[in-house]
Design a binder for this molecule. Structure first.
Ligand code: PMP
Length: 310
């Protein structure tokens, strides 16, 4: 058998061999996209060993996503936090990408799920490197604006991290790769900048930092929030406002951020160089402060790190 990403997985209350956590082909979530999930990272820090980054904030968002869809998760937030830590320990991981997912299982063909129907929950944890590549963290990615718009308000809620939303992300990232870009950026239906396929976006000019608002069809990222807190701390003005497409062409710096992508500079948009075509100084400052949380150079005064083994 091919090597599995980790030996064990948490599934419906038990820790079991990775390959045993299976579902039936009639799983509702496969047919109708009815899942909500999270992506969380744990880092190996010098002082506290392995720590989960913003554990409670992520799992709280899992419950928020479920609430929007009237989905019942048959565990408390504390229980899910504990299970998240347990599966990291069970695999003896030093660093990890963690994927909790709540979904409707084999419930038959009905689209509507009876209210209060219990969901299945699994939590996987495995080693995973830089999502857009190590090189991109230094030198930036070439991004292209997608011909696909993000979801219109009041169609599917982008504030929920739901499985079905990722069909939009797939179209955006497939198109970007097909055109030779490292990542795609989508506009909202009004033509304003929304976000990357799996990342939020910051646009900087004349030291003013802008990021797209919640009303621009984004998933309000936890890394986005982290970057906003850090930029304020570094003394920058941050504006959450609609960003017209051309502001990306005229920016001094752009970066993307997300749990998988961490903080990644964008060096060109649609083939137009951002600033002088590399990582900008403010992006570097944010990266240093962000990665500093995990290499010990940024003290965790926010209580964002939860030690796994201590
Ligand atoms: N937008 C989308 C569409 C995403 O999938 C993600 C990754 N979860 C983000 C933004 C960034 O969110 P976070 O920083 O919470 O990972």
């Amino acid at each position: 058998m091919a090597k599995t990403p980790a030996e064990k997985i948490w599934f419906n209350g038990d820790i079991m061999p990775w390959q045993d956590a299976t579902v039936h082909v009639m799983t509702h979530a496969i047919h109708y996209g009815s899942s909500v999930f999270e992506g969380i990272r744990a880092y190996n820090t010098p002082d506290q060993g392995t720590c989960v980054f913003r554990l409670n904030d992520h799992n709280r968002r899992l419950f928020d996503s479920a609430k929007i869809y009237r989905m019942t998760i048959p565990y408390t937030l504390d229980q899910v936090n504990t299970a998240t830590m347990d599966i990291i320990r069970a695999n003896d991981l030093k660093s990890a990408y963690i994927r909790p997912i709540a979904f409707y299982g084999d419930l038959g063909m009905g689209i509507q799920v009876p209210f209060g129907q219990e969901t299945e929950l699994s939590i996987a944890a495995f080693e995973w490197g830089a999502y857009l590549g190590e090189e991109a963290l230094q030198n930036g990615v070439d991004a292209g604006i997608s011909s696909w718009s993000r979801l219109a308000a009041n169609t599917l809620p982008t504030g929920a991290k739901a499985g079905g939303n990722y069909l939009s992300s797939q179209l955006i990232s497939m198109e970007a790769r097909r055109h030779g870009y490292g990542e795609g950026i989508a506009l909202d239906v009004n033509g304003y900048v929304s976000e990357g396929a799996g990342e939020n976006i910051f646009v900087i000019r004349d030291k003013v930092v802008m990021t797209t608002p919640k009303t621009a069809a984004i998933l309000p990222g936890i890394t986005r929030d982290t970057c906003m807190v850090m930029l304020k701390e570094l003394g920058y003005e941050i504006r959450e406002e609609n960003i017209p497409r051309e502001s990306m062409y005229l920016a001094d710096e752009i970066f993307m951020c997300g749990t998988a992508a961490e903080v990644t500079p964008v060096r060109s948009v649609d083939g137009i160089a951002v600033g002088n075509g590399g990582r900008g100084p403010i992006t570097k400052e944010v990266q240093d402060m962000f990665f500093g949380l995990f290499n010990g150079s940024t003290p965790d005064k926010w209580g964002w790190l939860t030690p796994v083994y201590k």
